[in-house]
Ligand binder design. Structure first.
Ligand code: ADP
Length: 303
C-alpha cells in the first residue's frame, strides 16, 4: 500500500506540491493526471525517495520513505521521466548493475525475465545512448520491474513510444496489475481509460479529482447525450427540441447532439427518427468525453 501524508514540496518560495494526501491499495492502477507543471513528477520523486519532501511523508507497505528508505525502495520500482542515465553502458551491463545494486537473489533469472518482457534481447550488447527513444524507455521499464516489486511508479511510461510499443507497454501494465500497485503519470487520457481503474487529477500540487475513469467520464455534460449525424441537422434540432426528454440541442462540426432532460432519451430520439424517416448516418449514445471533463476540471489552473 502507498500512503502519501500531507506531502509538500517547495522550491524556494514556490509550492510545487501542496499538502497532498492519498492512499493506493493493491490491485489499483492509478492514473496521475494534470497539466504540465502540476507537480506529478515531483510527487513521484517524493514517493520513491529521490526527493525529500519539505513537509509530510510517504509510506510504502508501511515503510517510511524518509526514515526506512531502504526497505521502502526494496518493494518499489520507479521509472523516472526521460531516459536512464549511464548512457555509455550496454543494456546488459546496465541491467546487471541494477540487479547487483538491488541485491537480487538470482540476478540472471531476473534479468532474463525483464529482457523477455520488454523484448530487449536484440539490443543487450548495444550501449544505451545509441538506442532509439522507444528502446531507452523499455530499458527504463526493465530496470523498474527487475526485482519484481509490488509497487510500480511509472512517470510517463509510454512517452516516445510508437503506437505498437505503446500498446505493448499497456499490455504489460495490465498483466502486472492484478497483484501490484501501479501509479502512472501520463497526459494521454486514452491511456488512462485503457489501463487505469482510478484517476487522480492534480494542478498546482493540489488534488482536484479522485475517481474511477467511468466516474470521470460520467461527469461530462455529454454523459447520456445522443449524437446524430444526418442531413439538415438544424431542422432535426428544432424537431427534437420539442421532446420532453430533451433539455438542449447543439450542432457542432455538423453533428447534432441532444442533451437529456430526463431518462429515455435514446428511445425517444430513435422513435422520431423512424417516424420522420430521416436518413441518419450515425446515431450514438454518448458515455461522456474525458477530454472535456479534464479541461473543465483544470480550467484556469494552467501553470
Ligand atoms: P509535472 O510533472 O506535473 O509536469 P513537475 O513536478 O515537474 O510537474 O513540476 C511542478 C512545478 O515545480 C513546475 O512549476 C516546475 O517548474 C517546478 N519545479 C520542478 N522541479 C523544480 C526544481 N528543481 N526547481 C524549481 N522548480 C521546480
Amino acid at each position: 500500500m502507498i500512503e502519501a501524508i500531507d506531502l509538500r514540496k517547495e522550491y524556494g518560495g514556490f509550492t510545487a506540491v501542496d499538502d497532498l494526501s492519498f492512499t493506493v491499495e493493491p490491485g489499483q492502477v492509478l492514473g496521475f493526471l494534470g497539466p504540465n507543471g502540476a507537480g506529478k513528477s515531483t510527487t513521484m520523486k517524493m514517493l520513491t525517495g529521490f526527493l525529500a519532501p519539505t513537509a509530510g511523508t510517504a509510506r510504502i507497505n508501511g515503510h517510511d520513505i524518509g526514515s526506512d528508505s531502504l526497505a521502502a525502495r526494496r518493494c518499489m520500482g520507479y521509472l523516472p521521466e526521460g531516459a536512464p542515465s549511464y548512457g555509455e553502458m550496454t543494456v546488459g551491463a546496465f541491467l546487471d548493475f541494477v540487479a547487483r545494486a538491488r541485491e537480487i537473489d538470482n540476478p540472471a533469472a531476473a534479468r532474463g525475465a525483464a529482457v523477455e518482457r520488454l523484448a530487449l534481447g536484440g539490443v543487450l550488447h548495444q550501449s544505451i545512448e545509441t538506442l532509439s527513444k522507444g528502446f531507452r524507455r523499455r530499458v527504463g521499464l526493465a530496470q523498474a520491474i527487475l526485482h519484481d516489486p509490488q509497487v510500480l511508479i511509472l512517470d510517463e511510461p509510454t512517452d516516445g513510444l510508437d503506437p505498437n510499443q505503446k500498446h505493448e507497454v499497456r499490455r504489460l501494465i495490465e498483466d502486472m496489475s492484478s497483484d501490484k500497485i501501479i501509479v502512472i503519470s501520463t497526459h494521454i487520457l486514452e491511456e488512462v481509460e485503457a489501463v487505469c481503474n482510478r484517476v487522480m487529477v492534480i494542478a498546482h500540487g493540489r488534488m482536484l479529482a479522485d475517481d474511477t475513469p467511468a466516474g470521470m467520464v460520467a461527469r461530462s455534460r455529454y454523459h447520456n447525450a445522443v449524437t446524430l449525424v444526418l442531413d439538415a441537422p438544424e431542422q432535426a434540432a428544432s424537431v427534437l427540441s420539442e421532446l420532453p426528454q430533451v433539455r438542449k440541442a447543439e450542432i457542432r462540426d455538423g453533428e447534432l447532439t441532444v442533451f437529456p432532460a430526463s431518462e429515455g432519451l435514446l428511445p425517444a430520439v430513435s422513435r422520431v427518427v423512424a417516424e420522420r424517416g430521416w436518413d441518419v448516418a450515425e446515431l450514438r449514445l454518448e458515455a461522456g468525453r474525458f477530454d472535456e471533463v479534464f479541461r473543465e476540471i483544470t480550467k484556469g489552473e494552467a501553470a
